[in-house]
Ligand binder design. Structure first.
Ligand SMILES: NC(=O)c1ccc[n+]([C@@H]2O[C@H](COP(=O)([O-])OP(=O)(O)OC[C@H]3O[C@@H](n4cnc5c(N)ncnc54)[C@H](OP(=O)(O)O)[C@@H]3O)[C@@H](O)[C@H]2O)c1
Length: 335
């Protein structure tokens, strides 16, 4: 089969389109013929050598959707021909509150979805939501799951709360906007581009600010009168603003740090405001199932910013790295 293989972690984007053996289903696994895959920031980090535990050679890619073409011994509930999406979180374990020490994500160290076929444990496949195309289904898993756990399981968003989602153009952010809106929250966003802010408003955001403007914090406070819940994946210098815009008793959920570590954390301000800071990582199998239920109930559609063919995956990773798109970047694999 054709696959995108990472061969060298010393050199940025040393990815090759290669012919490799098609996986065979072992006990408890299924083999899926992928229709589409999707990119995540993790893939950029792996391909650029900045992801801990990276091994080579490896097929990268966490997100995918397709048709089951083989089942291993002991697989009872899934059959050849089933149309499925993949939960890329492997070995979460039994505790919904926290992942096990064996938790890992498809695409490193296990061969991933930037390929014509992928092998995956049967418990990680779920029926494809009927209202989604293959490309939309492939764009849902990792970002949808991460957004669901951060906003709902951890953030416990409530109707009529003011929710702030910085970086509206991000892959996870486009789900956060739609999930928060579906649950009746007032959604505020920030972005680097007016075009992306306009798109966020169309998705359901109430108002937005450009984080490149020096006065964005005050502008957001004027718009919202204060934030109840910020879902942060930015970190860095921006984090102190997330504390400043928070109401008394408000919450911040952190699931990433695109801008790196937070300098000079204003703990006294958090203390005096009685704020809560929560960490969140991807999600449990229950989160994944509940996320799909929410998406089906509200007929939520993933936002796809760009499409590439499998051979063009390195180009797609560069586009993600440059922040060119709004929403998810999809890789088309088969008809
Ligand atoms: N813990 C987990 O399980 C988990 C899962 C998924 C992702 N993550 C992490 O979460 C982060 C976001 O992931 P993603 O896939 O959504 O990434 P992404 O699609 O690459 O989005 C990143 C976005 O960050 C925004 N941004 C950059 N600098 C900013 C700033 N100073 N202020 C506000 N926004 C800023 C940009 O928004 P605009 O384009 O609108 O300007 C950019 O589009 C990454 O760091 C990723 O590693 C963690």
């Amino acid at each position: 089969m054709k696959a995108i293989v990472l061969n060298n972690i010393e050199d940025n984007y040393r990815l090759a389109v290669e012919e490799v053996p098609t996986p065979v289903a072992s006990e408890g696994d299924v083999v899926v013929k992928l229709k589409a895959a999707a990119l995540n920031r993790r893939d950029v980090m792996i391909a650029s050598g900045s992801y801990p535990g990276t091994e080579v050679p490896k097929i990268i890619g966490s997100d995918g959707a397709g048709e089951v073409v083989a089942v291993g011994d002991g697989v009872a509930d899934v059959s050849v021909g089933d149309e499925i999406i993949i939960n890329p979180g492997l070995n979460w374990g039994d505790n919904p509150k926290v992942k096990s020490a064996d938790f890992t994500i498809l695409g490193m160290p296990y061969d991933g979805t930037f390929a014509e076929f992928v092998k995956i444990p049967v418990e990680n496949v779920y029926p494809k939501p009927q209202h989604l195309t293959w490309e939309e289904a492939a764009a849902l898993p990792l970002s949808g799951l991460t957004g669901y756990r951060a906003l709902i399981t951890k953030g416990k968003v409530q109707a009529n709360e003011n929710v702030f989602i910085p970086g509206a153009g991000g892959g996870v952010a486009t789900y956060l906007i739609q999930f928060a809106k579906a649950l009746g929250a007032n959604v505020y966003v920030s972005s680097s581009q007016q075009e992306k802010l306009d798109f966020a408003l169309k998705l359901g955001a109430q108002a937005g600010v450009n984080y490149k403007d020096a006065d964005w914090e005050n502008e957001l406070l004027n718009q919202s009168q204060g934030i109840d819940l910020t879902i942060d994946s930015i970190g860095g210098e921006s984090f102190k603003s997330f504390i400043n815009i928070g109401k008394l008793g408000s919450r911040i959920v952190s699931f990433g740090a695109t801008r790196g570590p937070v300098p000079n954390l204003l703990l006294p301000t958090m203390t005096l405001k009685e704020m809560t800071l929560l960490g969140s990582t991807m999600g449990s199998p229950d989160d994944f199932k509940d996320m799909i239920d929410l998406v089906e109930q509200h007929q939520i559609k993933p936002v796809i910013g760009a499409r590439y063919n499998l051979d063009e995956t390195p180009k797609a990773l560069e586009a993600l790295s440059n922040g060119e798109n709004f929403g998810k970047i999809v890789i088309r694999i088969s008809e």
